[in-house]
Ligand binder design. Sequence first.
Ligand code: SAH
Length: 340
Amino acid sequence: MPVNIKDLTMDELTEYFLGAGEPKFRAKQCFSWLHKGVTSFDEMTNLSKKLKEKLSESFFISVPEIARKQVSSDGTIKYLYKNFDGTFTESVIMQYHHGVSACISTQVGCNMGCKFCASTIGGKERDLTAGEILDQIIFSEKDTGMRISNIVLMGMGEPLDNYDNVIKFLKNVNHPDGLNIGYRHISLSTCGLVDKINRLAEENFPITLSISLHATNDKTRSEIMPVNKKYNIEQLIGCVKNYIKKTGRRVSFEYTLISGVNDKEENARELASLLKGMLCHVNLIPVNSVAESGFSKPENPNRFKELLIKLGVNATVRRELGSDIDAACGQLRRKNTQKN
Ligand code: SAH
């Protein structure tokens, strides 16, 4: 079966071209076309006809179809991309003063089972490949005509449960001959797969690591995030401390505020004591309701924030974008959209 050429890293592509008796710079030319969103080898006008034929024998170029596009009153755009095999990927484009951010998916569905999250209902269908993760950037840029400056791996899926593809994607999207998006403009969010965070620390990419903490004690965390039964809070915090030591990067913690579950004063105190002395920032996200969860957001999320700040923790409440098109945090859900 032909391979999606966008699944190859620049090194792999170069190896292929050299093996085919072509000079190295041809790989660069091809890579650069792919990142501009070409849909066929024919569009690569600086490659010979013979070479293009050869390429099309071994590879195909993935072209996800925009199955649905919704535009929010705040300018946020949600795309539902249909992949070559009929699965769906959701991506959200958000416009800020400082640039355009893309919130992209790494898996179709998710196996992590967080109780408040819509993406995990029904489990994981499959991992997205490196090329399919990249396509969300390429084709969103092509469709909107906007240059994406920031990427958050916070759409559907657990990025570190699709480790190798995500690493390939990071290398490719950062490559100067491609989209050239700086690692410092990329955030990767994880529910806390400790073994993979340790591996990521070794890669030493200057990306921002976001940890979905969401609870301050193991009892509550295990109730709302099954992953906590595998890696508890102590193990997670220990590994994040090592990550900071190794990379020198500030880490961010996501904390979804759920009324009556994790928003009490004692939770703020527990959180402050867990994070004491750490180079970090806390992003508070008032939980977005998902029909199945039964959770609701606190009336005044600022109270929790102010308490944290008083306790010496750097915290902000995340602005909610795209809620009118179900594009807000945790609301991406393939099944739902598929029915419409
Ligand atoms: N699997 C990764 C990325 C997924 S989502 C992770 O767990 O970090 C990005 C963030 O949105 C995570 O912090 C996730 O816990 C949060 N989230 C999921 N559902 C939510 C909801 N209904 N309301 C608010 N935040 C939610």
